[in-house]
Design a binder for this molecule. Structure first.
Ligand SMILES: Nc1nc2c(c(=O)[nH]1)N=C([C@H](O)[C@H](O)COP(=O)(O)OP(=O)(O)OP(=O)(O)O)CN2
Length: 191
């Protein structure tokens, strides 16, 4: 089994509305996001020969799905009614809650926002980015590669990983060349 990892960094604001302490305040982080992709064999022939996948493919994916919508944005919990109202995003937040789907938006003040249907903790963001990227990684590798993990560092000291390493072993036990939806089902079934 091979694994490759690409890292990007973004700056974003958030708050954890129900946090018992300082994270209730509006604040920002320079997030580091590490995306790891695995395959049991390397590409033979073509521009990705000898690779799990081209690092530049991972970079483009992370730029389009993570950096584009989230860099220099405020990541807003759609349930955070105080700030949903302040930013003039009631309708966007309603749609995000209804569809359980994150949405980029502009606040009434003209600021870049990313409205999410969850508390924007490192754990939830890692799982969210995993869900966005997993099918795109699989499609690129035609089922021969899969997204092993997303690690989200909020600070140099604070990191969340999804799925946690214990779940990797479940995926590793799956038959080789498993298509992503089945790989995802494999660790869901072992939850
Ligand atoms: N399990 C989680 N705990 C916390 C989260 C989280 O996403 N998941 N988030 C926060 C805060 O938003 C923040 O990221 C952590 O701040 P802090 O603990 O202050 O981290 P620092 O590295 O800045 O620590 P210092 O000791 O201040 O250097 C809180 N908890």
């Amino acid at each position: 089994m091979f694994e490759i990892t690409r890292k990007i960094e973004i700056d974003a604001g958030h708050r954890i509305r129900e946090h018992g302490s300082k994270c209730r305040n509006l604040h920002g982080h320079r997030y580091q996001i590490h995306v790891s992709v695995r395959s049991d064999q390397l590409v033979a022939g073509g521009s990705e020969s000898g690779m799990v996948a081209d690092f530049s493919f991972l970079k483009e994916l992370m730029i389009s799905e993570i950096d584009g919508p989230c860099d220099h944005a405020f990541i807003l919990d759609a349930e955070d009614t105080l700030y949903v109202e302040l930013f003039g995003l009631r309708e966007v937040a309603q749609a995000v809650r209804r569809d359980a789907r994150a949405a980029p938006a502009l606040s009434a003040q003209g600021s870049k926002m990313y409205v999410v249907p969850f508390a924007p903790t490192a754990e939830n963001l890692a799982a969210h980015w995993h869900a966005l990227l997993a099918p795109l990684v699989s499609a690129h590798g035609k089922g021969g590669i899969f997204l092993a993990a997303v690690r989200a560092f909020e600070t140099p000291n604070c990191e969340a990983t999804f799925p946690a390493p214990g779940r990797f072993s479940v995926i590793e036990e799956a038959p080789p060349r498993l298509a992503e939806p089945l790989a995802l089902a494999a660790y869901r079934d072992h939850a």
